[in-house]
Each structure stands twice: as structure tokens, then as C-alpha cells.
Design a protein around this ligand. Sequence first.
Ligand code: 3H9
Length: 677
Amino acid sequence: MVDYSVKGQVALLEVNNPPVNALSTAVRTGLRDGIAKASKDPKVKAIIICGKGQTFPAGADIREFGQPPRAPWLIEVGDSIEASLKPVVAAIHGTCLGGGLEVSLFCHYRIAVKSARVGFPEVNLGLLPGAAGTQRLPRLVGLPVALDMITSGRHVTALDAKKYGILDELVAGDLINAAIKYAMSVVGKPLMERRLRYKQVPGADKAREVCEAAMAQVKRKYKGYEAPVECVRAVRASVDLPYADGIRMESELFKQLNASGQARAQQYAFFAERTVSRWSMPNGSYRTAKALPVKTTAVLGAGTMGTGIAVCLLSAGLPVILLEQNEKLLQNGLRTIKALMEGSVKLGKVPMEVAQKATTLLKPTLNYEDLKDVDLVIEAVFENLKLKREVFGKLDKICKPSALLCSNTSTLDIDLAATSRPDKVAGMHFFAPAYHMRLLENIYGTKTSFMVEEGANPYEIDQIMEDLGMPMGPFKVRDLSGIDIGWRITQEVAKSLGTTITKETKYLGGERYCGIGDDLYEKGRHGRKTGLGFYKYEKKGGKISTPDPDALDIIEAYRQRRGIVKCKISSQEVIERQMYSSINEGFKILEEGICTRPEDIDISWLYGFTFPKYLGGPMFYASRIGLQKVYERICYYHENFPLKQRDCKDLRRRGSSTSGVYTMYPALGVVINSYCD
Ligand code: 3H9
């Protein structure tokens, strides 16, 4: 796991644990033994630590976190590196992350190739750097940079790392040759001043203000997450406590976080993200599928979704032809795209050069003929089957035969888009805002407004779900995506069922129908875009939502018309009815074979609905609560309220079985239903 060799007067310790050279027990042992061996060898004057293959160690081995800890601890290995009487140089390439960066901070010198990146991503796993990183990085670079890196988990380029003082030198050409030369150049120089434990944190006199500001920021920015808060506390200890006490505090906080449900969920999400990339379907898999080349694209419709999709494509550097039906709508769309691009640059999500290039990549048009050479068309016109069919008919005639014709529909049956190339027609459902959400898929939503019909207040429901960790409650989301969109969808669904929706409609397709959205729609309350929806906004298209008594009056009038007696719904019930119906849907999706693994569903929620990573996803959440309990509550709601959800056989089987309900998630050893008996 650590290859030892001597080149001239330099001992080379090459970590060899593909794919990312994670610091497993064997690697830690190899490093400790290698340092001891090199220290004893009189021929050796200096030592280099580096990674074989694609990277310097990218961190501790996450798979070991769920297992009983095994010596040697990374921090002991680090202590032996720092105590070495021969200079130790970290020679960095690839990604030097987490425990890998900590190892390098124990080394006396750090050099890297320009393409390398360094960082402390532990916070994304619900942790903090636990091998002295929170105590040593501030001593090297000061509090502001250390706090930023440790609480954000961001990767820093080698160039910036050199600027901050993390790296001593950037090298070109062969890294090992450069490292040997560098190591020999520092032989004989005093090592004491290179040992970070003896350094004072620069700017310690401002520690209180800096740390308090950082704490306020992480509480606001990462609301509900425990790790960023503890990261700030640990970093603060680098100023408040002597080194050894700071290390003890870091270790305590690390252990507490690692034992928490949040860390389990975030580590589960890390592996789930990688699992879902290995997809397979009856007609192929990630191994066999070949991506079609897409060099030019077109978006139809410059409304909320169309402009968002265009920004998404432009940010990826793809040329976009934007088509609308008249000049006014087209110009509105162009203005929106410009504003969204500028906003993305301001937030640091899109580099300035990409935004500037986007202006040359975007071509507005009113003419379908301009789409004849594009490789990919995404239509985002109104959710109206007749209109969509017309659009697909035109596209089919005009676009080249190899062009992919996609619909951003969330509900309409894609098979109804009659074309001569059904194999090139697909649903491509973006989640709003399309330029921000990472999920591109068709998935079912939930209908939480049922609860409002019975008496709950939409603002309370949003608050309860936001307190649980959702960045936006379901009614804010409905305002964002447009109440008119929901209205159009249900009109189309009704049409496809051969019926129409009236004020009296209580059931649609055998499921309970709630008409509150229709009443809001009729009053012109279409959500953010009109400045009024479930909430009131500061302006049309505004983002600042305030509860609106007029919306509550509309809801109350609806209840009275329907003869519904308002009842009180507890916070627990709100959470259960929202979450458990999603869990039930999740099991139905597995049962129907739409997804094959619970990870697919959880990642859809993490990417599509910004479900908090610290809860892992609805399926992981269910496994933590216990499927039996979830099942019992679903049965209760099913019997007591005519809810939309059908019973799911698989959940029933698992929920009512006393054994074999849970299996151990193989990667982590955490309790998660792995959906394989
Ligand atoms: C830490 O260091 C704590 C310390 O402070 C203190 C300890 C006391 N362990 O992402 P990829 C696997 S916490 C185990 O597809 P890429 C990954 O599952 C750690 N396995 O490649 C996948 O396996 P598979 C702090 C790991 O090139 C394969 O490697 N470090 C680890 O797109 C390839 O991964 C981090 O959080 C690991 N640490 O991206 C870094 N890392 O093929 C986490 C990866 O079976 N890692 N694997 O699915 C990453 O961010 C990315 O993997 C990296 C490479 C950027 C390195």
C-alpha cells in the first residue's frame, strides 16, 4: 500500500491504494513504517511522500468510518512525520484532500504541480478534519482562509494554495524529479520553524470577531447542518487553546459528529451519488451506452423553464437557438437569460468568461427553419398536449433525422408526441430553477395541498418542512414553478381522462382532487411571476415572500364552498403526511421497476428537490425511522383520509415483516434497506 524506494539520497514513500489512494489502515501503517525506515537509513538525507497513479491521497478511507477504529491513527502517523529529523516533502498531484491534506501539513514542505487541487471536504460528509487539520491550517494561513476552506469544503487550485501559503512551490515537468531536487535543496535547513504545531495563528487578535462572523454565516448558509458549526468551533480552538488541547477538542468533536445521524446520511449520500452513476436498463447500461454528440441545441419557449434551460445549456458552453412565437416574448426571454447569467456570475456559479461567451452562443429566432441543423431540441412550451403535438409535428418535418427531440414535460405521455422518429423523442424534465438543480428526470411529485384543504395553513406547512431541512417549503416551490403550470397540467390530465374539472370536482382519475390551486389561478395568482400566489412577493418575479391574508381568504372560501370543517393538523402529522407519502411513492417506483435501487430515489430528491443531505434522502430517512413504523402510519392515513397514495405491496411486506426488513448497506455498514432480499 506504500511503496518504499531510495533514489540517490532521498527516500520515496509512494502511496499505492487506487483509485484515490485513500488513507486506509494499511496505508497509515505503510507511511508510519516508511518514515521509521528512512529515519534509520544513514544514506537517506530527505524523504518524499507522494501518491502513485492519479492522485496524492484524497482523504481518509470513508468506508472505514462505519467500522471499529484501527491503529495507527492518522494523527500519530502525522506526528512521526513532523518529528522526523530529516526533511519530509509532500509532492502533490491530483486531489490532495481531507486526511491527505492533513498528511501534507505534517510534512515540512509542500510542492505541487499546477493542476493539483487541495481542500478539506470533510464537512460534506458531516465531519470536520479530524487529524489536526483544524489546528494546523489556521497556523499556516490564518483564520479567514482556514475557516472558509474548512466550512465550505471547496477545492482550492494549486495557484491559490500557493498564494495562501499552503504550498511552498509549484513545479513543472516530472513531479518526482522536481521533488527530489527540491528535497535535496532543503537538506540541512532548520526544521523547527517548519513544524506547524509551534507556530502562532496569524491575526489571532481578531479571532473573536472573525469566528463569530463565520459562525453567523454558516448558521445562515448551511441551516440545519451540524458539521459546519462544529468546524468553526474547532478552528476557534486553534487560537483559544494550546496545540495539544486544541487537538483533543478537535478529536472529541470529530467523534461526536461521526456518531451522528447526519454524518451517516451524508456519507450514505456520497456513495449513493456514485452508485447511481452506474445505471442499468433493460436495453443497456452505463458500460455499453454511447453518448450522442451534441454540438448545437435549441430551446422552444422563453418562459420560466425555457429561459432556465437555455441558461443551463449556455453555462455548459453549448450554442442555443431560442425560439418564441412573437418578438415581445422573445425579447422578454432574452432579458431574463441575461439577468440569470449575471446573477450566476455574481454568485460565483458561472465564470465571467463563460457568461461573456454565452452572449455569442445565444441566437434568438421566431423561425422554425433555423432549427434544421441542431442536434438537440428541448421544447418548454405550455403543458398543453395539442400544442405540444403540433410543435413535435413541425420539429419532425424541419429537424435533421438524427436530431433528438425532447419535451420538458412533467406529466404528459411522451409517446403521444407523434413523429416519424420515436426512438429520438424523449422526456427531459428539468427541475426549477433549471440552471441550478442537478436533476434531469421525470419523477412524481406529492400533493401536499390536501392538508391545506383540511385546515392547515400553507405558511405553517412551509415552515415545518423548512425546519426539517428543506430549503423551501412546498408552497413556495409551487409559487416558484408557477400555479398556472399546475393548473395546465391538471386540465390536460382531465382531458386525457375524458373529463373536465369543475368547481365541484372532488376526485380525478380515482384520486382525491384539491381545487385550491384552481381558485388561486382564476384570481390571477400564478406565483412569483405575477407577484402573487400562495404568498405575496415584493414585485412581479420577486423572491421575497410574505404570507398574504388574501390567499388565506381564498382558501377559507374554498373550504366553505366545499363544506369542509377546518381542523388542526400537528407538526408531526404534517411531516408524516408529506414525507411518508413520498416514501410510499418511492417504494411504488421500485415495485414498478422505474428505479432499481433506493439510492436512485434518494439522489433524485437530493438533486431535484434539494432535500437536505444530512437526512440522506426519503428512503434513507425511512430506514432510520423503521419501515414498520412508516408502514403503520401510512396505513393509518390511508384508512382515515382518502389520500392519493395507493398501498405499496413491497412496503407492506417489509413493514409487516419482523425479520429481514433491513439489510446492511454494504459500503457503510449503516442500517439501510438495500432493496435486495
Ligand atoms: C477525511 O479525510 C477525514 C480526516 O480528516 C480525518 C480522519 C481521522 N474513501 O468520486 P470518484 C471511491 S474524510 C473511500 O468516482 P473522481 C469512490 O467511492 C475524507 N473511497 O472519482 C469511488 O469508488 P467506486 C475526505 C473513496 O475522480 C472511487 O473512489 N475526502 C474515497 O470523480 C472513485 O471516486 C473526501 O471527502 C475515500 N476518501 O473524484 C474526498 N474517495 O468506483 C472524497 C473516493 O467503487 N472523494 N472513493 O464507486 C472525492 O471527492 C472524489 O472521489 C475525488 C475523485 C475528487 C477524490
